[in-house]
Design a protein around this ligand. Structure first.
Ligand SMILES: *[C@@H]1O[C@H](CO)[C@@H](O)[C@H](O)[C@H]1NC(C)=O
Ligand SMILES: *[C@@H]1O[C@H](CO)[C@@H](O)[C@H](O)[C@H]1NC(C)=O
Ligand SMILES: *[C@@H]1O[C@H](CO)[C@@H](O)[C@H](O)[C@H]1NC(C)=O
Ligand SMILES: *[C@@H]1O[C@H](CO)[C@@H](O)[C@H](O)[C@H]1NC(C)=O
Ligand SMILES: *[C@@H]1O[C@H](CO)[C@@H](O)[C@H](O)[C@H]1NC(C)=O
Length: 629
């Protein structure tokens, strides 16, 4: 192993295994953005949070909640909604961000903004993975006062894509979007990997009240908001709230999770020594969960190991035994986390069972671990974006975000996708965009759609030439009929596996590739009628001499080339005969022997020219003779 390689190893491990050449960590750079959806102006909230006017959205319209006085914060009152009729079924906020891990919070609210008294149902995805479902009817409380939701996920492609998908005909609606970079190793990402989204199912402060940036003047390095645990505790167990009472807590606010000190300043414990503290956490049995426990011994009466000991039981599983004092002593933060799999009930019961003294807890977090969904092959995403532009796809078709993902949603309108052969990606297999009033042209990036089986762009107003990459091996059916395509038919179409080729009613001309025509001979369907000047196969006129599918044939080019050469030779002769002779009258300083050679040649040419003039029946017909005077 060379010394250089060792240095590289040291360097890359010091930087957390990330590419040393990459841009600085967005967390240490403090990257964050708060978007007031539907808002027209930038502003700073009463808690010193900077909000920007609505931006980075794909389409939609702005609205205002019906009863603004019910919403304490300005960004909660203005809305962006996406009517599927005009904006399409799928709409996104696509926010340019450096690669990294981010905390993402949305606020969605209905509050009868459209006076229809009909709470909508829609789904939300982040980076192509379904993260939230709000199915109708929303709980009345959420519909009225709105719902905050947050998650932690990686952004690796230069933009955070938060997409909203209309179920049925309801317009999705969103009031605010907040993004803040978090530490790349936060929440155990070193072991769980970056191909996992952590969706908040509860972030509780025990014995405290709601706090966090944007809601109170308290800080949290990740912008996390902590809500009271009161609604999640079992009501059967009487509890006592504790406070650190001004004692300083050590060990909080440290990398990589930066849990706020305030979290450890309150706690709950039981009243009866034999009671277990009990939390009931809502869960989805299809998912695995990561549960974080926050402890600190903030009772100055506990001063030694073994005085307060309890077991943590998650579901049916006795997960660990905790003696905070033994771990960190008094007034020090202590955290522990556990992954819960194979749930059978929609309520996860978490118990702190006393062994010695009463159990105590400062906070609890519960995250669903959602594996990333499959995504469309990146080259095909590029191709689809190029086609969106070149075909001038209207907003109402909702061509936003990933063309195929999330796999549980429909693909972009008119697009059909399948799993790739290796099952690792999604690929575009069919484009059905007939009669959509499209006016652009076909981008040659269409050749990147290497799994495309069927392309139907019939009855639009598409122009331009057919891209030479069209006719990928996968393509079986091609319907470009009734458009305004011009130029020739590319050779690539002849060498494909096409069975159906409808190019009728365009402005195509030139020679039809013979192989393409043979599709019809071999039982396929081909229609080339109604074009401007296609030629060269049976049923079509013969091609004019020197003319093929690209216009001039090779023979034609050779003929033109020869003609040009002929003209050049004639002009050269004229020059030599006439102009050069005239030039002799000027005093050009040629080297002596060159002059003499030229003079000799000129003398000879003059004699020859005189001969020609004498022989020609009409010497005046020779245009350059005037120069010889
Ligand atoms: C809001 O602030 C951003 C910079 O953060 C600026 O680019 C934008 O023009 C501002 N918009 C308005 C409406 O003032
Ligand atoms: C939050 O802090 C700022 C200054 O730091 C202060 O102006 C503001 O009034 C505080 N807001 C509340 C609600 O306490
Ligand atoms: C629970 O598990 C811990 C170790 O994980 C163990 O020390 C303790 O005795 C167990 N408690 C019970 C009641 O079995
Ligand atoms: C959950 O189930 C899977 C497969 O059924 C199994 O491999 C895994 O060990 C289980 N995990 C736990 C914690 O029981
Ligand atoms: C292409 O789509 C049109 C509808 O827009 C349909 O009538 C036609 O049959 C389709 N062509 C093929 C080859 O399926």
């Amino acid at each position: 192993m060379s010394a250089l390689f060792l240095v590289f190893l040291l360097f890359s491990s010091a930087s957390g295994g990330t590419n040393p050449a990459s841009s600085p960590d967005p967390f240490t750079a403090g990257v964050s953005l708060n978007i007031d959806c539907g808002g027209a102006a930038n502003f700073t909230s009463e808690f010193g949070r900077a909000w920007v006017a609505d931006r980075y959205f794909s389409a939609g319209a702005t609205g205002l909640v019906a009863e603004p006085h019910r919403f304490l914060q300005q960004q909660e009152r203005t809305l962006r909604f996406f009517p599927p009729v005009s904006a399409g079924k799928k709409n996104c906020y696509s926010v340019p961000l450096p690669s990294g891990r981010y905390y993402v919070r949305t606020f969605t609210v209905y509050d009868n903004y459209d006076s229809k008294l009909r709470t909508p149902s829609f789904d939300v995805s982040f980076e192509g993975t379904l993260v939230y479902s709000w199915r109708s009817p929303w709980p009345e409380a959420a519909a009225r006062s709105g719902a905050y939701a947050d998650l932690i996920a990686s952004v690796l492609d230069g933009a955070a894509n938060l997409c909203f998908y209309s179920i049925a005909t309801d317009p999705p609606v969103v009031a605010s979007v907040e993004l803040a970079a978090v530490h790349p190793l936060a929440y155990g990402s070193a072991s769980t990997g970056t191909d996992m989204i952590l969706i908040n199912y509860g972030r509780l402060t025990s014995g405290g009240t709601l706090f966090g940036p944007g809601f109170t003047n308290d800080s949290d390095a990740f912008s996390r908001v902590w809500q009271s645990d009161a609604d999640f505790r079992s009501l059967d167990v009487p509890i006592k709230a504790l406070s650190a009472g001004g004692h300083r807590i050590f060990g909080a606010n440290q990398a990589p999770n930066y849990f706020p000190v305030k979290l450890y300043e309150t706690a709950v414990t039981t009243v009866n020594p034999s009671d277990a503290l009990e939390y009931l956490l809502p869960v989805d049995t299809r998912l695995d969960y990561m549960v974080w426990f926050h402890f600190a011994e903030i009772d100055s009466g506990v001063t030694r190991v073994g005085q307060r000991v309890f077991d943590v039981v998650i579901g049916e599983e006795n997960a660990t035994r905790i003696d905070i004092y033994k771990e960190v002593g008094g007034f020090n933060a202590f955290k522990w986390h556990h992954i819960v799999e194979n749930l059978t009930s929609t309520t996860l019961v978490v118990k702190l069972v006393p062994v010695a003294g009463k159990p105590i807890i400062c906070g609890l977090e519960n995250y669903a671990m959602v594996p990333l969904d499959l995504a469309t092959v990146p080259r095909q995403v590029m191709a689809m974006q190029a086609l969106k532009e070149s075909l001038r796809i209207p907003d109402r078709m909702g061509w936003n975000g990933d063309p195929c993902a999330p796999s549980t949603w429909d693909a972009w309108e008119g697009v059909t996708c399948h799993h790739s052969d290796n099952g690792q990606n999604l690929v575009v297999t069919q484009l059905d965009l007939g009669s959509q009033g499209l006016k652009g042209y076909i981008s040659d990036q269409i050749s990147l759609l290497t799994n495309l089986v069927s392309l139907n762009l019939s009855s639009n107003s598409l122009g331009g030439t057919l891209p030479s990459g069209l006719g990928q091996g996968s393509l079986v059916s091609l319907d470009l009929s009734s458009n305004q395509h011009t130029g020739g038919i590319p050779d690539s179409l002849g060498s494909s596996n096409l069975k159906v080729v409808l190019l009728n009613n365009n402005q195509l001309d030139g020679q039809v590739p013979e192989k393409l025509y043979s599709i019809g001979v071999h039982g396929g369907i081909i229609d080339l009628s109604g074009n401007k000047g296609l030629c060269g196969v049976p049923t079509l006129p013969a091609c004019p001499l020197f003319w093929d599918k690209r216009g001039l044939s090779t023979a034609g080019k050779i003929a033109i080339g020869l003609s040009c050469a002929f003209v050049v030779i004639v002009l050269l002769l004229i020059y030599l005969f006439c102009i050069r002779r005239q030039n002799d009258d000027y005093d050009f300083e040629f080297p002596q022997d060159l002059i003499s050679i030229a003079a000799k040649r000129n003398r000879y040419q003059r004699q020859k020219l005189m001969l020609v003039e004498m022989e020609a029946p009409n010497s005046n017909g020779f245009p350059s003779t005037s120069n010889t005077r």
